[in-house]
Design a protein around this ligand. Sequence first.
Ligand code: HEC
Ligand code: HEC
Length: 207
Amino acid sequence: MKNINKYKLASMPLTVFFAFGIVSATPAADVDKLVKEECADCHQKSGNSTDGKTPSIAGISVDYFIESMDEYKSGTRPAMKLKDKDEDMKEVAKELSDANIKALADYFAGQKYVPQKQKFDPGLAKVGKKLHRKYCDKCHTEGGSSAEDDAGILAGQPIAYLKYSMDNYATGKREMGKKMTKKFKKMQEKAGDEGITQLIHYYASQQ
Ligand code: HEC
Ligand code: HEC
């Protein structure tokens, strides 16, 4: 069977061969193995993390996933070291080929996102909702729960991760686009650091 396939491939036009090559670069079994060996320890096999710090990556868009991995690889996005683990996302990303990243992006995009069950402050969340509508909803639609925005999923992520992400933006450790910078700064001017906390509790309140 293998030999026949090889023979067929050899007689195909070059473009078809390349398309074939890309598609078969990371077969499904290999993706499962990658997920199990490289990601599940922190993100779980389903992509819904459970340690209260690691973001859930189930259901996030392919574009946002690939952009994130490229930024970890190049070092433009910071990464945190979890206390009991010896790797961080920069090291994880460096070990992956572009084809592996694409295959993993497809795999996780196909998983169902489950918002975290966590404690939050309803008072803070109420103000956070208003801030979100005013400053963030244009790009993080449906309360920050839509993967289609290609801007990550905010709703239902663990509070510790939301805080880490927002702090990285607030301190300039992670770059945000020009337009987000403008809104983020406006929000900070009007609501201060308290505004960041209120937004975080709003995202955490969506369960
Ligand atoms: C040692 C733990 C660990 C492992 C292993 C790990 N991750 Fe992560 N991952 C994290 C943490 C912690 C973050 C969030 C903080 C950060 O940026 O460092 C994260 C963030 C991410 C993000 C960005 C999510 C967002 O909302 O912006 C993606 C995508 C991701 N990981 C994919 C993967 C994939 C795919 C694998 C396996 C190839 C993997 N991770 C393995 C801990 C891990
Ligand atoms: C003009 C569009 C736009 C606006 C407005 C915007 N964002 Fe974003 N946001 C993005 C994009 C695009 C990303 C994806 C990552 C990147 O490009 O930095 C993102 C990423 C994020 C992330 C990281 C997600 C992750 O999983 O790590 C957080 C947190 C965030 N935004 C919070 C906010 C908050 C809070 C506001 C309002 C004060 C806001 N954003 C307003 C476009 C926007």
